[in-house]
Ligand binder design. Structure first.
Ligand code: C5P
Length: 244
C-alpha cells in the first residue's frame, strides 16, 4: 500500500489506439498511473492493460465495480491477475461487497505472489448535482453521505477513495492522514473547463488534502501533452509561474 504519496494520474479517455500509444510513450516517466476507464477498457479489453504495463507504465483500472459481492470480487481478482496497480468499486454497493472484494483480492495476490493493487472506493460521483442527489431520496446530506461511505470503505480495508477536491478536507478529517484521496475535476488556470463544474487547480487540490490528481483533457487534448503534464507537475510542486 502507498501512503502520503502525491502524483499525477492521466485519464486515457480515447478509443484511438495510436493516440493511447503516443500518450503513454510521451508521458510514462511523468505520471504515477494511467487511468484506463470504461471507454478504453470496453474498446480494447484487458490487452490494453497488458500493453501499458509492458511499457513500464502503471495502470489504474477505473471501472467502478458495483454488483453482488461474488461478481465484484471475481472481477477485481481478474483485474489483479491482469496486473492492474489500482482499481475501484462503488461504495454504495455496501460493506459486504467491499469486504468480500478486499479479502478475495488479497487472497489471490498472496497465492500468485502478486502485489495487491491499491484498492479505492467511489463515494458519490462528482457529476451528481445537489438537485439530482435530492431525487435519489437519501435522508442525509451529500457531504454526510460522502464521509460515511469513505469511513465505511476504510473500515472494510480499502486504501482510499475517489472524491471531489471539495470533499477532500472532510474525508481527510474523518479517515486520517494515511487514507489515499484521488481527485478528478482538476483544471490548471490555463486550461479550458470543458464540462467540469466543481473544479480546483492542481495546487488547490493538493492543499485540500488530495494525494493523486486525475487529469484528462488538459493533457490528452493538448498540442504537446508532455509539456502540459510538465506544467501541471510544476504547479503541483508549488512553482507559481507554472500556474499562470
Ligand atoms: O478530461 P477531464 O480532466 O475532465 O477528465 C477527468 C477524468 O476523471 C475522466 O476520466 C472522468 O471520467 C473522471 N472522473 C470525473 N469525475 C468523477 C469521477 C471520474 O471527472 N467523479
Amino acid at each position: 500500500m502507498e501512503n502520503k504519496k502525491t502524483g499525477l494520474i492521466v485519464a486515457l479517455d480515447t478509443s484511438d489506439r495510436q493516440q493511447v500509444e503516443s500518450l503513454v510513450t510521451a508521458l510514462r516517466d511523468k505520471v504515477a498511473y494511467f487511468k484506463v476507464g470504461l471507454q478504453l477498457f470496453s474498446t480494447f479489453g484487458p490487452e490494453i492493460v497488458t500493453w501499458i504495463k509492458s511499457t513500464g507504465g502503471k495502470v489504474f483500472a477505473d471501472l467502478k465495480l458495483h454488483d453482488i459481492p461474488n461478481t465484484v470480487a471475481r472481477a477485481a481478482v481478474a483485474l489483479t491477475g491482469h496486473r492492474v496497480d489500482m482499481l475501484n468499486v462503488h461504495l454504495s454497493g455496501g460493506p459486504t461487497m467491499v469486504e468480500t472484494m478486499v479479502t478475495e483480492v488479497r487472497k489471490y495476490a498472496a497465492a500468485h505472489d502478486l502485489p495487491v493493487p491499491v484498492l479505492l472506493g467511489v463515494t458519490v460521483l462528482t457529476s451528481t448535482s445537489e438537485t439530482e442527489y435530492l431525487q435519489l431520496g437519501y435522508n442525509e446530506s451529500l457531504n454526510e453521505r460522502v464521509v460515511r461511505l469513505a469511513k465505511m470503505g476504510r473500515e472494510c480495508g480499502l486504501d482510499g477513495v475517489v472524491a471531489s477536491p471539495r470533499e477532500a478536507v472532510l474525508i481527510r478529517e474523518a479517515c486520517g492522514s494515511e487514507f489515499i484521496i484521488v481527485t478528478p475535476g482538476i483544471r490548471p488556470r490555463w486550461a479550458a473547463k470543458n464540462d467540469q463544474r466543481r473544479i480546483t487547480t492542481p495546487g488547490e487540490a493538493l492543499n485540500l488534502g488530495a494525494n493523486y490528481l486525475v487529469v484528462g483533457r488538459p493533457i490528452v487534448q493538448a498540442g504537446d501533452p508532455a509539456a502540459a503534464a510538465d506544467k501541471i507537475l510544476a504547479e503541483m510542486e508549488g512553482d507559481c509561474d507554472a500556474a499562470s
